[in-house]
Design a protein. Structure first.
Length: 246
């Protein structure tokens, strides 16, 4: 499939939630989107411009193979990479936390990001501009002990983002992080199946006094706008959309 390589985006974790919303927003802005996830997204696969790649991002060779399989799309380079894939372990009493929980969080959140960065590095910035945009979490500040495993992996993501902002600066690639705060996805609302209406989100925010729960499509607009920063734009920055001061 031919494409305008200045309008190619690679997004991880596109099977649902924020990743699927980000892919949709890129499509709305006339990008060709390569989506990587373990389960794939049959719905998005029907959309013009979306390339569905099924791969376990914890497996470096699987990521490279998936990108090799769409080399006709990415041959001229990639404009934006969004690092969204990850998991959020259940809260655990810090005094009883098994290290394997933290190790799994690092494997699913940090390893997957590093794997995709290394696989796409040769493709980024070929058109003069490129970006790496990380989907982070305000919990990375570490003040919630029972979420330490998740927080630590997200703090490592921030360190990785800042390292990328230096490593790829000479290639015209910026690296930034978006901390969206609570988002109406299955990760935040247990048992959620499908999109939550704006009316329901408003009711939840008003009734439970949440930290500004928002729809994935709202967050996706922010993420893609930040991913479109030019090579002389902000880099190494954390954009926090949480209303909670930590």
């Amino acid at each position: 499939m031919g494409s305008d390589t200045s309008r190619v985006a690679v997004v991880s974790g596109t099977s649902s939630g924020i990743g699927a919303a980000v892919a949709t927003e890129f499509l709305n802005r006339d990008y060709t989107v390569v989506g990587l996830s373990r389960r794939g997204n049959p719905t998005l696969a029907q959309e013009k411009g979306y390339v569905d790649c099924v791969a376990d991002l914890r497996d470096d060779s699987a990521v490279r193979s998936a990108l090799d399989s769409v080399s006709s799309t990415t041959a001229g380079g990639v404009r934006a990479v969004v690092l969204n894939s990850g998991v959020s372990p259940d809260p655990v009493d810090l005094r009883k936390l098994d290290w394997q929980v933290a190790a799994d969080a690092y494997e699913n959140n940090v390893h997957t990001a590093l794997s995709l960065i290394q696989a796409t590095a040769p493709l980024l910035g070929r058109g003069g501009d490129g970006s790496l945009t990380f989907v982070g979490a305000s919990l990375a500040n570490g003040y919630q002990p029972d979420r330490w495993a998740y927080a630590a992996s997200k703090a490592a993501m921030t360190a990785l983002m800042r390292a990328c902002s230096v490593e790829f600066a000479d290639d015209g690639v910026v690296a930034n992080e978006v901390r969206p705060g609570p988002v109406a996805t299955a990760m935040t609302l247990a048992g959620l199946d499908g999109e939550v209406s704006d009316q329901v989100i408003r009711a939840i925010n008003e009734g439970f006094g949440t930290d500004w729960l928002k729809a994935p499509r709202t967050v996706a607009e922010w993420i893609v706008s930040i991913a479109e920063f030019p090579s002389n734009g902000p880099t190494g920055q954390v954009f926090n959309y949480s209303r909670k001061v930590l």
